[in-house]
Design a binder for this molecule. Sequence first.
Ligand SMILES: [Mg+2]
Length: 265
Amino acid sequence: MPHLLSVWPSVARRIRDAGTAMLLFDFDGTLAPIVDRPELAVLSPETRQHLASLAMRENLITGIISGRSIADVSARVDLPGLIYAGNHGFEIAGRGISFSHPQAQQVRETLAGVCEELGKAVSAIPGTIVEDKGLTLSVHYRLVSESDQATVRRRFSDVLIPHTTSGQLRTTAGKMVLEVRPNLDWGKGNAIAELRRMFPDAALTMFFGDDVTDEDGFATVQESNGVAVFVGTARQPTVALHRVDSPVEVSQVLGLLEQIWESPL
Ligand SMILES: [Mg+2]
């Protein structure tokens, strides 16, 4: 899998030749480094500056596709001109769009109940953070001692089993996080496909992500001859055909993207 920077001139040329391009980014672990407490994640000043300038370009559609809720991620980024897809794509907003997956809405009440149950089941374990995101929920255990992590996972599945068995909810796992979402065939890849329908002029799509829930996004993007970029070490398995090492390198790429239309390639 080539490092994106090692093939940059050819990718840059494809973006420029596309006329209009769509640039999509996961947030945690991609634009912002992963931190112990999710509420402390922030963009570096450089990343913020690059994103702000890309979001203003007329020939770019720039967006963030996160597992966080839109309310959370948009407050954290707080830049005009961006599109936000939240809760792994169950909701999309920005640039005149207001989309919320109708069937996901119907599961809201069940999710709220599960959130309460999970609070009782795991909140006594130090370091556990249960986060109600409306259309999905997360249990973060990065701060839980290693000896307690199995207990968190066991209690999580005890609470969820009746709901996953009934077919209403499903669970996924990411980096030190367990997640619950409506059991619908919908993820970041579907949100990207939706955005491609909403912006048919965008001839090339680029998507950067670092975790398991980004994989169907990579697949969708590459099916349309777009560029999928995995953020992390080469050892991790991914379907993405390009990679960079870290959010710091993502920031470098943002800087290079800004230059595409300014200097000869
Ligand atoms: Mg991520």
